[in-house]
Design a protein around this ligand. Structure first.
Ligand code: AMP
Ligand code: MG
Length: 422
């Protein structure tokens, strides 16, 4: 093992410092219909167009009242009724109550709502049943406690999911400005690769990395652009790299190991690439290459006229792991997102304890994690038996990767471990 190779943390720090240079960069934006905005990144701050809630609102079906009067258990005369959707009404006079439905505006003068189930109702009067009492504010959400009109509720750079969509809808955004997705070129290399829809010849395998990486890119907020597969020749790689110059980021799969036909690194060097690292002490994924490729267009990367390029090892598990660990954070930054992968979690190791070799590498092994935890317990993670990092069935059955740090002793069943979430 070459001591010159960075370990996982060091390689992650190199990627993070490159991301820090990207961060002032603001991608261009476009408008999308609110319903289509999930998975995108806000390019505008979300502003409250009115107080939230816009009026003091009852959270129960019951009777609006003055808490002190209701708590004395006297009978209160019913003097009005409000249902959801009606304009705020009132005033509530003293020794009176007001019928109210969930979501309706609380009448002026009331400071609590007593629940339907907690009163005695007779002859147009209600009485809170002893020994219950209420406090001012009970069962009411006051106007503006969640947000004030004009408040910035979410900053630009927030990834949009269901909660952000609901908030945007509540604030009257029928469309949102979102960042344009970065275009990520995917260049698979290898003489052995056959298209998915073909019958592979002897010695050939189907190109599974192209669609896999496209799916990873989409999930990470990018716009995948699959280039034609390049053969393992200098000429094929040179012309493929020239094509990729139109992208915002380049992922190359295969051809970065030490073999005779691993020609990607020299091709990148011929294209003028500068390397941040050419190998990391991880498994799978040790031959990973990260660098900068000069491009003519400069359309997103700005000043230095380069795009980030990753040479991912061709084995599918290696490609997936190295993407999640190193390419996904760069992609998140290019997409304008304030959230940065990778995501790790703690889990309890459920597999029988197994020995592991390769103590000088941080390992990321396909695993399944059950997140159906009981209160106070951690998710349980089990290793999936894997026959090498080309084991696609193992990859496809996994939902995370068990992290085994460099130099770690064998893991006992029941130990708390770290997992990389896919
Ligand atoms: P390489 O990184 O080019 O040395 O390839 C390592 C292993 O990954 C070899 O067994 C390749 O056949 C396999 N491989 C490379 N590219 C792909 C791909 N696009 N899809 C599936 N397997 C691949
Ligand atoms: Mg190859």
């Amino acid at each position: 093992m070459s001591p010159a190779l960075p370990g996982y943390e060091q390689a992650a720090a190199i990627v993070a410092s490159r991301i820090a240079q990207l961060c002032p960069l603001r991608p261009s934006s476009e408008g999308v219909e609110l319903a289509l905005a999930a998975g995108r990144v806000l390019a505008q701050p979300l502003i409250a167009d009115r107080d939230q809630p816009p009026f003091a609102r009852s959270t129960r079906d019951g009777y609006a009242c003055r808490a002190s009067e209701a708590s004395s258990h006297r009978k209160l005369a019913l003097i009005g009724s409000s249902r959801a959707g009606e304009a705020p009404a009132g005033p509530l006079t003293s020794r009176a109550a007001w019928e109210i439905m969930t979501g309706a505006p609380v009448p002026e003068g009331a400071d609590a709502v007593i629940m339907l189930e907690h009163v005695e109702l007779a002859q147009g009067q209600v009485r809170l049943l002893p020994p219950r009492t209420v406090k001012p504010g009970d069962n009411i959400v006051s106007q503006g406690v969640q947000a004030r009109q004009g408040d910035e509720l979410l900053p630009a750079g927030t990834p949009i999911q269901f909660g952000q969509i609901a908030l945007a809808a509540a604030c009257g955004y029928a469309a949102l400005d979102v960042f344009v997705r970065p275009r990520v070129a995917i260049l698979t290399t290898g003489d052995e690769l056959a298209p998915v829809d073909s019958s592979p010849g002897p010695g050939q395998i189907r190109n599974s990395n192209a669609p896999m990486l496209a799916a990873l890119v989409t999930a990470a907020g990018g716009d995948p652009w699959i280039l034609p597969t390049a053969a393992d020749t200098a000429q094929a790689l040179d012309s493929a790299l020239a094509q990729a110059a139109d992208a915002d980021m380049l992922l190359i799969s295969g051809g970065v190991s030490a073999g005779k036909f691993d020609l990607v690194e020299p091709a990148l060097a011929r294209a003028g690439a500068r390397f941040h690292f050419t190998g990391v002490r991880i498994q799978p994924g040790k031959p990973l290459v990260f660098g900068e490729l000069p491009v003519g267009n400069m359309h997103t990367q700005g000043k230095n006229g380069t795009i980030c390029v990753f040479g991912l090892p061709g084995n599918p598990v290696s490609s997936a792991v190295t993407f999640l660990l190193f390419a996904a954070p760069v992609l998140a930054a290019l997409s304008g997102s304030r959230q940065s992968p990778p995501r790790f979690a703690l889990a309890r190791f459920a597999s029988p304890a197994g020995k592991h070799s390769k103590k000088d590498l941080t390992r990321f092994l396909p695993a399944t994690c059950s997140f159906k935890t009981m209160a106070g317990s951690l998710p349980e993670v089990s290793l999936i038996p894997m026959q090498g990092s080309g084991d696609l069935p193992a990859l496809a059955r996994s939902n995370c990767f068990l992290v085994i740090p460099e130099g770690a002793p064998p893991i006992d069943a029941g130990a708390i471990v770290r997992i990389l979430l896919a």
